[in-house]
Design a protein around this ligand. Structure first.
Ligand SMILES: [Zn+2]
Length: 471
């Protein structure tokens, strides 16, 4: 059990409000939010947070740990990924159990859960369905009962993870009745394969041509199809890494018709644009969907303020430069994905709170509260209300620093944000009431991260039920 702590003199920021308050922690939980200066019992450790924001630790809803796709496996394990996470102010990650070809969803989930040890912070898992057979309903029932109510699906990557429309429909209907939800990567595979074939014939299939090989309309078409399935079934659905304003607007329009549909965006699609593919190192920016043109990026970011984007994830995928460079001449066989679990909160805070006037309450909602809600982890995570886990990011909103891969902790040798000047970073990060990071130094390397069993998913902003602990 962690010793009692009071965080004094800071401004607490929740999804709905901010106020000066002292935060009392004990036994791994938040025990009280109190008037500034409230006396503490003897023996309570005081942490000075004057001039700081006191935020619930970030919840990253989209984080791949040691992910195998094609010929490549991303390079981190739970110890490495969660170390990077806590340095960046994130105290809960949600990873994926993606089956290898022929592997069942349940076997993939059990294998990935067995690897979920040694973390510095808590984690949860999305399951994944690729193919339908008569055993899938029972597998889904036991996965939901086992704390995995969210199930990843893909409309792309034929032969690896692509699911057909029948499988998507049946999985969505089954999860609807179990209190779960499909979380889906939407890009119309037939359009992408055809576009890639034509690009290849023209000699335009290297990393510098990444954006053209996966057009925006492939995403729009696939989102529209999946929304129609969800609307027909009255099932909830969560779209991962939406990269265009059109895709977000389709989801928002469905939500206005009563569909429980949600948009996730990821930091790199909100900040970086496709001009990077014209630079000297285009392979460093190869991700799916690709980076988009600047007007598209800015149009997407405008939906942070409108409320039409539900969550911001990282889509962290930790390949190194040797992996990224090895197949740079053909995007069809390159490892897709960017490292980002550590930079998600600082980059988004700097660009949109410091630099864009986004209210800090909305920042907390997008990066902690809503990810917790959409993953059945609220109000245990994503809030500092009494009873929540004592995961806290004490945030210095005026710290100015420059992102360099050398100073980061992810298991790779580059960052797509190299050289970017940012304002704001976590000064002290607590997990379960213990200081884990302070002033850029790892204060407690003891791996106390637990695997969380998520409860039923709840509507972001809607009624909530608590998650269960699995140990
Ligand atoms: Zn992903």
């Amino acid at each position: 059990m962690s010793a009692p702590v009071v965080i004094r003199g800071g401004t607490v920021a929740e999804a709905g409000w901010t106020a000066p308050a002292d935060v009392f922690l004990a036994g791994g939980k938040v025990t009280a939010l109190a008037e500034p200066g409230t006396p503490a019992p003897r023996g309570v450790t005081e942490i000075d947070a004057r001039g700081m924001l006191v935020l619930p630790g970030g919840v990253d809803p989209h984080c791949h740990v040691g992910f195998t796709s094609g010929d490549f496996t991303s390079l981190d394990d739970y110890a490495q990924c969660t170390t990077a996470a806590v340095f960046g102010g994130t105290t809960t990650i949600v990873d994926f159990a993606i089956p290898r070809p022929g592997q069942s969803p349940a076997d993939a989930a059990h294998a990935q859960r067995a690897r979920a040890a040694g973390g510095l912070c808590d984690s949860a898992l999305h399951a994944c369905v690729v193919e339908w057979d008569e055993t899938v309903p029972e597998q889904l029932r036991s996965l939901v009962a086992d704390g995995m109510p969210t199930v990843k699906m893909f409309t792309t990557y034929r032969g690896e993870t692509m699911a057909d429309e029948d499988t998507i429909l049946r999985t969505m209907a089954t999860l609807r009745d179990l209190g779960g939800m499909v979380v889906i990567h939407c890009e119309a595979n037939h359009i992408i394969e055809d576009t890639q074939t034509r690009c290849s014939h023209d000699g335009r299939i290297g990393a510098e041509h990444m954006a053209a090989t996966r057009p925006e309309l492939a995403e729009t078409a696939s989102v529209a199809e999946v929304l129609a399935i969800a609307e027909s079934l009255r099932a909830p659905v969560y779209f991962v890494h939406q990269s265009t304003p059109e895709a977000v607007e389709l989801v928002a329009a469905a939500r206005r018709r009563g569909v429980a549909a949600y948009s996730e965006s990821v930091a790199h699609h909100l900040v970086l644009d496709d001009s990077l593919y014209a630079g000297a190192t285009p392979e460093r920016f190869v991700c799916c969907p690709p980076l988009r043109p600047r007007p598209v990026v800015d149009g997407l970011a405008r939906h942070l303020a409108t409320g039409e984007i539900t969550t911001i994830g990282s889509d962290h995928c930790c390949y190194d430069l040797a992996q990224k460079e090895s197949r740079r001449s053909d995007v069809r066989v390159m490892p897709n994905g960017l490292p980002g679990v550590e930079t998600r909160l600082p980059v988004v805070f700097s660009e949109f709170v410091t630099g864009g006037g986004l209210p800090v309450t909305r920042f907390v909602e997008l990066t902690a509260a809503n990810p917790a809600r959409a993953n059945g982890l609220y109000p245990r995570k994503g809030t500092l209300m009494p009873g929540a886990d004592a995961d806290v990011a004490i945030w210095d909103p005026s710290a100015q620093w420059t992102i360099t891969s050398e100073a980061l902790h992810m298991a790779t040798d580059y960052t797509p944000y190299e050289g970017m000047a940012v304002t704001g970073r976590p000064r002290t990060v607590l997990v379960g009431g213990r200081v884990v990071v302070h002033d850029g130094v790892l204060a407690d390397p003891e791996p106390r991260g637990r695997h969380l069993a998520a409860g039923p998913v709840t509507s972001p902003g809607g009624r909530t039920r608590a998650a269960r602990a699995s140990r």
